[in-house]
Design a protein around this ligand. Structure first.
Ligand code: MEV
Length: 319
C-alpha cells in the first residue's frame, strides 16, 4: 500500500534549519492511499478527512505543488486522480505537508511507471516541501519517507558515532537511531499556524541577535544529547526532562504560545515526566513522555478542550 509517515520532532526544530542536529521519529499513522486512477488529464488530489480537493489548476499551494510534481516525476506525462486518507491532522506539527508530498510522489511514480528509490522519493518530496515552506531543512521529508528515529543534520555528518554509540546512515543527512518501542502522547492545541511564518520569525530574531539565538541553539543541542542518552538507556524520566528543557528554550525563541505552554503544564501536573511543543510551534501540537500516567494526561488535556492520543514511534529495535 502506498503511504507516508507522520512525524514528531523530539529535539531540534528550528535549530535544524541552521545546520544544528535534530532528532525526529516517524509514527505509524500518516497518510495512505485509498484509490489511484491514472488519467490523461490533470492531477487531482482529495484528502479525507481534511476536506481537501485540489487539482493542478488550483490557485493554491497544493495546486502549485501538483504542478511541480508533474514536472519532476519522470516517465510518460500521465496524470492521476488520487483519494487519500490522512490519519494525522493538518497543520498540527505532525508533518502533514511532508507526508502529503511523499504520498503524491509515490502515487505519480506508480502511475508513470517510474521506479524511484526511497532516496529519490525523498528528494522529489523535498522539492514539493519547498512550495509549502520556502527553504525547509529536509527533516520532515526524510522522516515522512523513511519513518524510523532519525538523527538529522542538513549539512550531513562527518562522524557517525555520538555518545559512544554507532549509528548507521539512512541518507547522507540522516542517521538511524536504534530505539526500543517508545510510546509518546501527542496533544493538539487546535491553533492553526504556518511553518513558513514561524521559520521566518526565528530568522528575523537571529538577524537581530545572532549570538543570543546561537546560544539558544547550543542549549537545544545539549537537550538533544541528553535525550539521545535517555533513549539509548531507556530512561523515560530523563527523556521527559530533556523534552521539557527543549520546550523552555523554544519558548525563549518565541515559537510557543499560551495554549502550548498550558498543554505542557497540564501534562506535567498530570504526571508526565516532560513535554514540549513539536514542529514549528505557534500552535500545532505538543508531545509528552508520560509512561504510567497516559490516561491522566489525556484526561487533563480533554478537560481543557484539547484532543490527544498515543503515538508509537517507528524505531525498529529491541523490545
Ligand atoms: C518543521 O516541522 C520543522 C522546522 O525545524 C522547519 C524545518 O526543519 O524545515 C521548524
Amino acid at each position: 500500500m502506498i503511504s507516508a509517515h507522520g512525524k514528531v520532532i523530539l529535539f531540534g526544530e528550528h535549530a535544524a534549519v541552521y545546520g544544528r542536529p535534530a532528532l525526529a521519529a516517524g509514527i505509524y499513522s500518516g497518510i495512505r492511499v485509498i484509490s489511484i486512477e491514472p488519467t490523461n488529464g490533470p492531477l487531482r488530489v482529495r484528502v479525507r478527512p481534511w476536506n481537501l480537493d485540489q487539482t493542478d489548476q488550483s490557485d493554491s499551494p497544493v495546486g502549485e505543488c501538483l504542478r511541480r510534481l508533474s514536472q519532476i516525476v519522470q516517465g510518460d506525462q500521465r496524470g492521476c486522480n488520487v483519494v487519500l486518507k490522512a490519519e494525522i491532522p493538518a497543520a498540527a506539527g505532525m508533518g502533514s505537508s511532508a507526508a502529503l508530498a511523499v504520498v503524491l510522489v509515490r502515487c505519480l511514480c506508480r502511475v508513470r511507471e517510474f521506479e524511484a528509490s526511497n532516496e529519490q522519493v525523498r528528494q522529489m518530496a523535498h522539492q514539493l516541501e519547498k512550495v509549502f515552506h520556502g527553504e525547509p531543512s529536509g527533516l520532515d521529508d526524510t522522516v515522512a519517507t523513511y519513518g524510523d528515529v532519525c538523527l538529522f543534520r542538513r549539512n550531513g555528518w562527518d562522524r557517525q558515532t555520538l555518545l559512544g554509540l554507532s549509528y548507521c546512515s539512512l541518507t547522507p543527512q540522516a542517521l538511524r537511531v536504534p530505539c526500543r518501542k517508545l510510546t509518546l502522547l501527542v496533544g493538539y492545541s487546535g491553533v492553526k499556524r504556518s511553518t513558513r511564518k514561524m521559520v521566518a520569525k526565528v530568522r528575523q530574531l537571529r538577524c537581530e541577535n545572532k549570538a543570543r539565538v546561537e546560544k539558544l541553539f547550543d542549549k537545544i543541542e545539549n537537550c538533544l544529547s541528553d535525550g539521545l542518552d535517555a533513549i539509548s538507556t531507556a530512561n523515560n524520566q530523563k527523556l521527559g526532562e530533556s523534552l521539557f528543557c527543549n520546550h523552555q528554550v523554544l519558548t525563549k525563541l518565541g515559537v510557543s504560545c499560551a495554549e502550548l505552554d498550558q498543554m505542557v503544564e497540564l501534562a506535567m501536573s498530570a504526571g508526565a515526566s516532560g513535554a514540549k511543543l513539536t514542529g514549528a510551534g505557534g500552535g500545532g501540537g505538543v508531545i509528552a513522555e508520560a509512561s504510567g500516567h497516559e490516561e491522566m494526561v489525556l484526561a487533563a488535556w480533554r478537560s481543557h478542550g484539547f484532543e490527544g492520543q498515543r503515538v508509537v514511534l517507528t524505531g525498529n529495535n529491541t523490545d
